[in-house]
Design a protein around this ligand. Structure first.
Ligand SMILES: [Zn+2]
Ligand SMILES: [Zn+2]
Length: 164
């Protein structure tokens, strides 16, 4: 489990194919199966370059006239199941406040809590990779006798490019 401090917001956006290949390797190492439809959904999320809604994914996976055989098309329940798999294994994150999905920067780690910085102008979303933030919240909650099970940390504002 290698961790790297990634501060480049475009890190996971450059080359969806590379990202899918990395997840495929992670799946193999963890005894998981990245089926073609899971790989396709993952590729679309990574390729979007910004948070993408389930509805948009369904649109992208709809059979088209040029795709009569339905190759590459997937029924909604299949798409939702693929998203569940990718979420449960930490390959993508769900941004609750905008109800959309983004690819994870570090697919070789298991599901993890990360704060997200979401730009309200260009709709980019960046993982704030700082264990200290997550650990501090966890610690404060436990000090109050609260047992945290899920953290949704989403900070809205303007990214450096949009505010500059
Ligand atoms: Zn992540
Ligand atoms: Zn922005």
């Amino acid at each position: 489990m290698s961790r790297h401090a990634c501060t480049d917001p475009k890190h996971h956006v450059h080359g969806a194919a590379d990202f899918v290949a990395a997840v495929e390797a992670a799946c193999h190492a963890r005894g998981l199966r990245l089926t073609p439809v899971r790989a396709r959904v993952l590729g679309l999320v990574a390729d979007a370059g910004r948070p993408v809604k389930a509805y948009d994914l369904l649109e992208m996976l709809k059979p088209t006239a040029a795709d009569e055989e339905g190759v590459g098309a997937a029924a909604p329940p299949t798409v939702y199941r693929a998203l569940d798999f990718l979420l449960a294994n930490g390959f993508i994150h769900k941004l609750e406040s905008v109800n959309a999905f983004v690819a994870c920067h570090h697919p070789s780690t298991a599901q993890h809590s990360v704060p997200f910085l979401i730009c309200d102008r260009c709709h980019s979303a960046v993982e704030l990779e700082d264990r200290a933030v997550v650990a501090a919240l966890d610690e404060r909650a436990r000090a109050l006798g609260f047992v945290p099970q899920a953290q949704t940390l989403e900070v809205h504002g303007l990214c450096a490019r949009c505010s500059g």
